[in-house]
Design a protein. Structure first.
Length: 413
């Protein structure tokens, strides 16, 4: 029997009861319904209480403490069951003993104190004409019986919220710590990175992602040191290193010597990052290939739940820019000035962040430098600042990092 049908049946049974105190045998149909409910919910115990004036009478139960709870009378409004009666709202509480509304003395008298408690008002009528007749209490409900995706909220797997003190004043010293980015793994999906460049230093890991029709899924991953085929990835890596000097750099090469690549390789490169414990991914590239929009949406969703921050440069031309224009990334365009400690927040999008990217000095191939303009070189500024934040606050989520970063923007409050 579905839970909604069960509650409807209870409403019919409660509505048919004679006035309290009940004659012998009058509650037997409710006792049968309680047994069915306990099975349906996979619970340790189930009880039904009915309203009589200002009192709540427990008239039927099944399972742990059932014999002791039947006959118990409480003022309407007392306990979690009373909350359901007064508000007309269902409620599930994990660790009810921590809830001040819980009638612990009643539980103690029954000899059974539940680890979780669900209370559901039993109602007659609909909408504004609905009235509460009583309440169904479900004790220690089996989490396997819950609606899909509800389990973490019931079986104590959530853990503590990271950075629970985020409401305090956010300063640069608090947000960035020692500003080193130490221990944070930052991937640059690009044309490669020149390891050993004076402005870049060491590349800790490198992989080439390329199409190969003979390989599984048509893609091949070649790990090991590689060259930067253009200079673009080295430029981005140098910007990140200038802001967070102790990050671990990972080069994910998906672009060729003409700075072009496929959305297919791009998406697989991002997936590789998610599979290899990267904390931040710099995407100074995008695609206008609409057929890959859903693929990137899925990857962005995965990144968000795995606490991986994706920083993506908007296209330099006004055209489709996937995934840069999606809300799941830190999208970046070029702002005025050359001071990389200054960045801006734009609540209107699609470029959410602005950072220096116009005529900026950059590392380039062969140990050299150039001055160049492009949103590509603004994105790694934001990636560098995020690396500082993640290093100072391990476990911080992308949405929390957004809050911190926006509080430090040049146009903040």
């Amino acid at each position: 029997m579905r839970h909604g049908e069960l509650i409807d049946r209870l409403a019919v049974l409660v509505g048919a009861l004679p006035p309290v105190p009940l004659p012998t045998g009058a509650a037997e149909p409710l006792a049968v319904a309680c047994r069915e409910a306990r099975t349906a919910f996979g619970a340790a115990a189930v009880s039904v209480a009915v309203i009589d004036g200002d009192l709540l009478h427990y008239v039927a139960a099944d399972g742990e403490g059932a014999a002791a709870i039947v006959g118990t009378t409480l003022p309407v409004g007392r306990g979690l069951a009373g909350y359901a009666v007064v508000t007309g709202q269902s409620l599930t509480v994990d660790r009810p003993t921590d809830d001040p509304r819980f009638a612990r003395d009643v539980a103690d008298r029954t000899g059974f104190v539940p680890a979780s408690l669900t209370v559901v008002p039993i109602m007659a009528g609909v909408d504004d004409a609905a009235i509460v007749l009583g309440v169904l209490s479900v004790l220690d409900r089996d989490v396997d019986d819950l609606p899909a995706w509800s389990e973490p909220f019931h079986d104590r797997r959530l853990g503590a919220v990271p950075l629970g003190d985020l409401g305090s004043t956010i300063t640069r010293d608090w947000a960035f710590g020692d500003r080193s980015g130490r221990g944070v793994r930052v991937a640059v999906i690009d044309s490669g990175i020149e390891s050993g460049h004076p402005m870049v230093g060491r590349v800790d890991r490198a992989v080439v992602v390329e199409r190969d029709e003979t390989a599984d899924h048509g893609i091949r991953f070649v790990e090991g040191p590689h060259d930067d085929l253009y200079g673009h990835g080295t430029a981005c890596a140098g910007v990140i290193r200038s802001i967070a000097p102790e990050v671990e750099l990972v080069s994910v090469r998906v672009l060729a010597s003409n700075l072009k690549g496929s959305a297919f390789a791009f998406a697989h490169g991002l997936e590789w990052c998610l599979d290899h414990d990267v904390d931040i991914v710099n995407l100074s590239l995008s695609t206008s290939n609409e057929t890959y929009a859903e693929t990137f949406w899925d990857l962005l969703d995965r990144a968000a739940f795995e606490r991986v921050m994706l920083v993506s440069a908007m296209n330099n031309d006004r055209k489709r820019s996937i995934p840069s224009e999606f809300a799941g990334v830190f999208s970046v365009a070029s702002s005025p000035g050359s001071d990389r400690e200054t960045f801006w927040w734009n609540p209107g999008g699609p470029a959410e962040w602005g950072a220096p990217g116009i005529d900026v000095p950059l590392a380039w191939n062969g140990g050299g430098t150039i001055s160049a303009t492009g949103n590509s070189f603004a994105a790694p500024v934001i990636a560098g600042h995020l690396a500082r934040i993640v290093a100072a606050h391990p476990g911080i989520t992308p949405w929390q990092a957004r809050t911190v970063l926006s509080a430090l923007a040049a146009n903040a409050g």
